[in-house]
Design a protein around this ligand. Sequence first.
Ligand SMILES: *Cc1c(COP(=O)(O)O)cnc(C)c1O
Length: 378
Amino acid sequence: MESIKRNILLNPGPSTTTDTVKYAQVVPDICPREKEFQSIMKPMRDDLVRIVHGDTEEYTAVLFCGSGTICIDIALNSLLDEGKKALVINNGSYSDRACDVLKYYGMPLIELKQPINVPPSLAEIEAALKANPDVGYVYMTHHETGTGLLNPIREVGALAHKYNAFFITDTTSSYAMIPIDVNKDNVDFCMASAQKGIMGMTGLSYIIGKRSIIEKSKDFPKRSYYCNLYMQYEFFEKTGEMHFTPPVQTIYAAKQALKEYFEEGEAAKWERHKSVMAAIHRMEDEMGLKEAVDRKYQSGLVSAIRYPDDENFNFEKVHDYCYERGFTIYPGKIEKKGTFRLCALGAINEKDIAEFSKVLKAAFEEFDIKLPAKYNEE
Ligand SMILES: *Cc1c(COP(=O)(O)O)cnc(C)c1O
């Protein structure tokens, strides 16, 4: 097996993958309606539930062909009963996206806006639930990938349940990285995409959630044909297949990625991601780079760095310099504020950051950007 040029992706997914995962896609052509293909989906669905410590009798994983946003769309549009409202905790660009989805469907939405750089107020969430006894589900992003802010799912899930609402959380950028336990964390539904935590390929996404609620949602209003959770679930249960054509090669890659996930192990993998972020933080400190979110509120997976107040700093130029040398850095997602992001997803380690650190420092030197980095106001 010839090794493939290794790029270090410091963007928030797709993440750097192993060659064994890349090569797993190279398989004989197969029709996905064959039993041979179906036989890899059932164990895959169970493995996806096991990653978040769910019981496969109680929880199930439903697969979809699409990027991560398809899961946001499906969970939100499929799980709201007639006469109920959605409560979204909005403190970042991904929860903003969830609000947009609900607005596109014309669904009743209570949008609880919260600051983007600190965890949300539990008191305000509880007050919103008290004031609105008709909330069907509470929705919150676990890890706001735009800023790197980590949200308290366990506490918010408990509040949702106290007021008889389901709890849905977007764990796309934390699943299979930050350990999650659906029982202890009070999660009814979570979701992710193969190109992030499990370090697979793009095109496969999944919702993991309670069977009892999915079954109940059979009678909820149907708002989409292609993007309906119950329809896909029922098809899987009856036939073991996706309703429509699955991303065949991506599924083979995901199978290999899951094997490698369990070989590395939940705890060791999380330690590795944390060690990568610790190396990123050390580099930032050496260079005097400042972040948008206090480290005590960060996920350990994304660091949003504020642009230095330096007339020579130009993100595009720094990006291109790093890219030409095999390192991909990523623009920020904070309105009106210049930030760029460095992420600890993927099959990378501390040594890669040590190499990257040399390249980033050289880029600053090349473009005459002051080190330590300059910031005006404090
Ligand atoms: C990556 C990501 C998604 C999905 O984004 P796509 O571009 O559709 O794959 C959703 N939520 C969060 C929090 C993410 O980080």
